[in-house]
Design a protein around this ligand. Sequence first.
Ligand SMILES: C[S@@+](CC[C@H](N)C(=O)[O-])C[C@H]1O[C@@H](n2cnc3c(N)ncnc32)[C@H](O)[C@@H]1O
Length: 267
Amino acid sequence: MSFFMTGKTQHIGQLGVYRVVTTDDQTTTLFSEHFNEACHSTSGALAETIHNYIQALDIAQKAQIPDNTPLNILEVGLGLGVGLKATLDSLISLGPKWRRPLHYYALELDPLLVDIAKEHNPLLSGAFPDYNDLLPFEFGLQASKGLHRLTLLLGDARLRLPEFCRTHPELKFEAIYQDAFSPKQNPSLWTLEWFTLLRSLASPTAELSTYSASQSVRKTMLAAQWSVQSLVGFGRKRQATKALIDGQSDPELLKLLDHERVQILRD
Ligand SMILES: C[S@@+](CC[C@H](N)C(=O)[O-])C[C@H]1O[C@@H](n2cnc3c(N)ncnc32)[C@H](O)[C@@H]1O
């Protein structure tokens, strides 16, 4: 929904002002004054999300595997809910080929963004819980509908994610949307410690994708024992990055990173 429809040009969250920006595909994003950055590419918030996460991680294909185990997706940064809405829309469009229950976990530092996500990207799918179903629990907000589940882990992801996962030792994520603000503006979610934590919570076939093609980020992922591959980027970005548990790194990329004098990012 664009700001022409809501009439609002900005929102106030716990972290300050978010300005509403209409992107080239007519979907909206937010510019955070706190992080001094927009949540998405101005070339298209929804199109970027579909490119970098839904398609890069073959979400529709993962949801069609005929088994009853939940498809556990972790999104790093709920933001204004574009990732969640795009995921759900892609599964709904599968019709009866959508086989596995969706368990969607999103991390978010600013709890007021949940209301903003609800306003900009309402879910209302019928099958999956929507924002109005969410109830408070120890780590944030949670709702279930049938076999589907939505869990919003609110607070600093570096604390909340390990705290929550300690109470769910069996939980492993199969797809991870690494969608924090950029390494420059949001460095704490791009470190060796962060990618090591994500690796410890990843399923044996897990895949992670991100819009970032930073060589430091890629080197940091490798140091955290992920294999790293280059993806085609969205909009003006030439490349994006995919990291895998079970898979080989791009040999060309390894050679390049070997020669690059880039630092591993640490807390
Ligand atoms: C680029 S935006 C995410 C956009 C979102 N994926 C979407 O589709 O709308 C990054 C988000 O990460 C959140 N964030 C930043 N630092 C965080 C932290 N330490 N813990 C949890 N969330 C954080 C920000 O508040 C922001 O909403």
